[in-house]
Ligand binder design. Structure first.
Ligand code: SAH
Length: 224
């Protein structure tokens, strides 16, 4: 898998890919993540990538030329499955979407800034718009990092115990059950006896019941 992230702040996105599961997936060659500085595609003297909004009003708008130059240059080298724009009015990211994205080969993610991008970028270049929740960020970089993290960890081989990604919350439409580790007792607070019983089948049933209860209590909408 290859993910090309177009951003005006490539440095902001370096750290998320230099640690833990994402770094290992990159080192193993399961995914290639390229941070592309949008300013490199600006033909403007000052390398500017934004301008005042037509019609007036507060806030700058990202111009279409550098974005078009950049996306066209990338598309000249390979086919892309999706050209994603991070946007608070996009489809809200969920596990199903991440599962699907993890099966694709080449992705572009465009990070917005200021008041967002010229609408013509969205109309003519973007194939998918993703929000990471109903709140507004200053830029699309953190959203891109969230999307990449949720997607890359699903690529087979990214997590050493592959079943572990499949038993996380949402994969079966339920929240994950509670987990415990040593010590079996702390401050008089005991780990549930069932988990120490050694009966795998019973433990699996117990975990499923716990998942159901937790989901009913915290996210009944998932059961509808
Ligand atoms: N004026 C826009 C917000 C711009 S915020 C509006 O009201 O809808 C600047 C940029 O941050 C956006 O272009 C987008 O790329 C990113 N962004 C902000 N909130 C986001 C969210 N919830 N999900 C994904 N990207 C977001």
């Amino acid at each position: 898998m290859r993910i090309d992230i177009i951003t005006v702040l490539p440095q902001l996105l370096e750290s998320p890919f230099q640690h833990s599961i994402l770094q290992r997936a990159i080192d193993k060659g399961l995914v290639e993540v390229n941070l592309i500085n949008l300013r490199d595609y600006s033909t403007h003297k000052q390398k500017s990538v934004d301008d005042y909004a037509f019609g007036g009003g507060a806030g700058m708008v990202m111009t279409i030329e550098p974005i078009a130059n950049c996306i066209n240059a990338l598309k000249g080298q390979r086919n892309y499955d999706e050209v994603i724009y991070t946007s608070p009015d996009g489809e809200v990211l969920n596990q199903k979407m991440s599962n699907h994205l993890s099966t694709l080969t080449n992705l572009i993610i465009l990070c917005g800034h200021y008041k967002g991008v010229d609408q013509r970028v969205r109309d003519h270049f973007i194939t998918k718009e993703i929000s990471i929740g109903d709140y507004v960020l200053s830029g699309g970089e953190l959203a891109a990092a969230v999307i990449c993290d949720s997607v890359i960890r699903l690529i087979p081989g990214a997590i050493s115990d592959e079943t572990s990604a499949l038993t996380d919350s949402f994969q079966d439409g339920l929240l994950a059950p509670p987990v415990y580790t040593r010590p079996a007792e702390f401050n008089g607070w005991k780990v549930p006896d069932m988990l120490l019983s050694g009966h795998n089948a019973n433990i699996e049933n117990w975990r499923h019941e716990q998942s159901m209860e937790r989901t009913k209590l915290l996210r009944p909408d998932l059961l509808e």
